[in-house]
Design a protein around this ligand. Structure first.
Ligand code: PFF
Length: 473
């Protein structure tokens, strides 16, 4: 692709909508509640928020800075800013992370499509939402079909290009999602016993904090903000030169965090009102709890359809940003046409993603170190590849790129005042790399210790998280 032809976002709101569209997705509504539930609730939330502010926003800003300055895809950006060095490897790592994330993300995104159909057919009215979920997720054909359809939708939007595709849809649908979540939150909060759910989510029990919980919080923060794999480098390259990058990063991260917390407030009161043991349910959490919630709501039929449609859209604006990383790389670095790059990469990801989808059915017995393919893709992308990517990205901007270039990019060549520059620069040079490294090293140590006492410690973790639920009861 001729670099002059690169698209760009046409307005400030368009930039925020697209970047927030990438950030807000299943990570907030599906992943955040169940990971928080499994890791003790309030204490997890606190560390998560700390990571968003101290590491997440600076990494997001670093990605925007790299992308807008280089005007290239994730791989090409490193190549341009540090020619003849090994840094473009970080871009390649991002492409691998994109493959892994889309492969399992599209499984869950496919589930949302089935749930739209079920909602329309009034398929939850029998009330046994756990059974409905298990029957569907453990079947073979339908989940695979929906995953395929979802990848097709993603490919279609990516193919339409940056402005016509990505920006047009996200601008309208993201605000709508927020409104709908607020309506559902009101219902959840008015259920009997809602306060226990709020206590679980907001009252931190510091005895629950372990390094495992800290790593999960870091991974969740990276996953939710879409940082660490170059999605925001790629989007940054479509941001115009007059945009205030610092402000954009803060706005996007705030929107993302707000929606994650609202998702928690939507789910946990309902969990505790219906059945507290659901708090540690895992990936099925929202699919089991929300239909129950809709059944208890006046107008629940309409709300359930709207909700799953918007959840699918939120997922779509995220999958689009992940696929865009791969497509921009193929088309700019390997000189493929955008169409060909889109078709080849989405088909390859879908094929690979079959492993994730079947992890709930035919391949549920196939495990590596006790984890299914789905678990491995989910865990290793969020908790290993993204934080590692984030570490390398900030280290690159802090230590390899000239300070003046960073300042010029953030201040739009002197037009804006960047009062936060000193703090930001300190974070990207020292705080973020060191903090991420500490969490990592400790976790690797823990894994090697755990290898020796494997099952025992896994059981303790489950018992611990079940206790976490009982304590609040
Ligand atoms: N941030 C998205 C979510 O919360 O659903 C998922 C995601 C998108 C992760 C893009 C990583 C990424 F690069």
């Amino acid at each position: 692709m001729d670099l002059k032809e690169r698209g760009s976002f046409s307005s400030k709101f368009g930039v925020i909508a697209a970047a927030a569209g990438s950030a807000v997705g299943l990570g907030n509504i599906w992943r955040f509640p169940y990971v928080a539930g499994e890791n003790g609730g309030g204490a997890f939330l606190l560390i998560y928020l700390l990571f968003i502010v101290a590491i997440g926003i600076p990494v997001m800003l670093s990605e925007f800075t790299i992308g807008r300055n280089a005007q290239r895809n994730a791989f090409g950006s490193f190549k341009k800013l540090a020619p003849n060095s090994k840094w473009s490897f970080v871009g390649l790592m991002g492409i691998v992370a994109a493959f892994l994330i889309l492969a399992f993300y599209s499984t869950i995104a496919g589930w949302t499509l089935e749930y739209i159909v079920k909602a329309v057919q009034d398929g939850f009215s029998a009330g046994n939402t756990s059974e409905i979920f298990t029957t569907f997720s453990t079947s073979t054909f339908k989940p695979l079909l929906w995953q395929f359809v979802f990848m097709g939708l993603t490919a279609w939007i990516v193919f339409a290009g940056v402005q016509k595709g990505i920006e047009r849809y996200t601008k309208i649908l993201m605000p709508l999602l927020l409104v709908l979540i607020l309506v559902i939150v009101v219902r959840s909060l008015t259920l009997d016993g809602a306060s226990k759910g709020l206590k679980f989510l907001f009252a931190p029990d510091f005895s629950k904090i372990t390094f495992g919980v800290v790593l999960e919080a870091l991974g969740q923060a990276a996953f939710s903000l879409s940082i660490g794999m170059g999605a925001l480098i790629t989007y940054g390259s479509y941001i115009r030169k007059n945009n205030n990058l610092g402000k954009t990063a803060v706005q996007v991260a705030s929107a993302d965090t707000l929606i994650a917390i609202l998702a928690g407030v939507m789910i946990f009161p309902a969990v505790f009102a219906f059945d507290p043991s659901l708090a540690t349910e895992g990936p099925g959490l929202v699919f089991v709890v929300l239909p129950k919630l809709f059944l208890s709501m006046p107008g629940g039929y309409v709300f359930s359809i709207l909700f799953f449609v918007l959840l699918a859209v939120a997922a779509l604006t995220s999958t689009v940003s992940v696929l865009e990383v791969v497509v921009a790389y193929f088309s700019e670095e390997l000189n493929m046409s955008r169409g060909k790059a889109t078709i080849i990469s989405s088909l390859a990801i879908w094929l690979f993603g079959i492993l994730a989808t079947l992890s709930f059915s035919d391949l549920s017995d196939v495990t590596i170190f006790g984890s299914t393919f789905f678990d491995i893709m989910n865990y290793s992308s969020a908790n290993i590849l993204l934080p590692l990517g984030a570490l390398l990205i900030v280290a690159f901007l802090g230590w390899v790129i000239k300070k003046k270039l960073v300042h010029d990019e953030l201040s739009n060549s002197g037009e804006l005042k960047v009062k936060y520059f000193k703090v930001f620069y300190f974070i990207i040079r020292y705080l973020a790399p060191v903090a991420i490294a500490i969490v990592f090293v400790h976790d690797i140590y823990k894994v090697s210790v755990k290898d020796n006492s494997d099952d025992k410690s896994q059981n303790t973790e489950i018992v611990e998280s079940k206790e976490a639920v009982e304590v609040v009861e």
